[in-house]
Design a binder for this molecule. Structure first.
Ligand code: KG4
Ligand code: ZN
Length: 347
């Protein structure tokens, strides 16, 4: 069975083809077209994103099919992200997928973008399957989930304000780095002295107990404000250029320690030996190694941490096709009334 995936929830137009044999799925092709235009504005402009998806979606799908050597007539089903995301952007992918499915006479299935992120690692590693603890950290979401089985998602905690990627992007802006800023902060932080600054670890303190409202939740707006004050102080001293790597390092250390501590806390509490990371922030090597170290120390040698390769961590259609395959195997289908939603709960 061959599934075509389509993703257009934010600023990436993406299409992918996967093949399945039983429980096994292999990635035949993946095309991701990133809309660089938003860098000029320092953030995604929804109207521009929708128009760019409209121009790109047909050629991107055509290219994914060609790369997979898959003729249109060989597509057995289409999976498409229908939320959460920018509604105008989502509608481009949803309308395209519905029209193509109708013309080919194959089923279409709407996929929750967040569920897609949970499936990303499974495409690369057959062991990245439930039960596991999941940390989804992207530009729009930061969620900690307990996943006893595919299709069963229990929300343990989330951010109370900024998403982790958003915190990276806003901090990058404060430091005068390009958008999106996550990878620029990571690169700069490598040259930073970890002892030069220390920022508070938000919502992470001794004495927290299971059941406390802040046990699994995170918050990054206070951290961002702490960076802002340190940046202003460095500017006053005329020392921002030399302090920039140290500030990036201190910010990343605070955010990473908070996310890693809460993720492993959840795994220990729920008795999970697998941890799956997803979303653009999972590209951050410091985060992945911090989670690995904590898992090793607190759970032990038989525990495993799975992080997707950067191409599958950020927004892509391969993960959407993989999640679609799971729902199709359960006999689920959408129909032509399939709509797009800006918010769409996963749990
Ligand atoms: O999952 P994604 O591609 O899109 C959303 O659904 O939001 O995530 C994009 C986010 C951006 O905020 C970006 O700065 C962040 O992921 N990101 C990173 C890194 N690479 C991308 N954050 C930290 N370190 C990185 N290496
Ligand atoms: Zn995403």
């Amino acid at each position: 069975m061959r599934v075509l995936g389509v993703e257009s929830s934010c600023d990436e137009t993406s299409a992918a083809v996967i093949s399945s044999r039983g429980d096994d799925a292999t990635l035949d092709s993946l095309v991701i077209l990133s809309q660089d235009v938003h860098a000029i504005f320092g953030g995604v402009v929804p109207e521009i994103a929708s128009r760019a998806h409209l121009a790109a979606v047909a050629p991107v799908v055509r290219r994914a099919l060609a790369d997979a050597r898959c003729a249109l007539g060989e597509v057995d089903a289409i999976g498409v992200t229908n939320g959460p995301g920018l509604v105008g952007a989502l509608l481009v992918g949803v309308s395209f997928a519905k029209a193509l499915a109708a013309s080919l006479g194959v089923p279409v299935i709407g996929v929750n973008h967040l569920e897609g992120h949970l499936f990303a690692t499974a495409l690369e590693d057959g062991a990245a399957v439930p039960p596991f603890t999941a940390l989804l950290a992207s530009g729009g979401h930061t969620m900690l989930l307990d996943v006893p089985a595919w299709g069963e998602y229990r929300l343990l905690g989330a951010t109370r304000d900024d998403a982790a990627g958003e915190a990276f992007d806003k901090t990058a802006k404060l430091l005068g780095l390009p958008y999106p800023g996550g990878r620029h902060i990571e690169a700069l932080a490598k040259e930073g002295d970890p002892s030069r600054f220390r920022f508070p670890r938000p919502m992470l303190h001794g004495g927290q107990r299971a059941g406390d409202a802040d046990y699994y939740d995170v918050s990054f707006s206070g951290l961002k404000t702490a960076v802002l004050h340190a940046v202003r102080d460095a500017e006053r001293r005329g020392a921002l250029d030399e302090e920039r790597p140290h500030l990036a390092r201190a910010f990343q250390d605070a955010l990473v320690e908070t996310l890693a501590a809460k993720t492993v806390r959840a795994a220990v509490e729920k008795g999970r030996t697998r941890v799956v990371l997803g979303g653009g922030v999972a590209c951050n090597a410091a985060l992945v190694s911090a989670v690995r170290e904590r898992v090793r120390a607190q759970i032990g040698g038989d525990a495993a941490v799975f992080a997707p390769s950067p191409r599958l961590a950020t927004d892509n259609a391969a993960m959407i096709a993989r999640a679609a395959l799971f729902h199709l195997a359960r006999g689920e289908r959408s129909d032509l009334s399939l709509n797009a939603f800006s918010s769409m709960p996963l749990a």
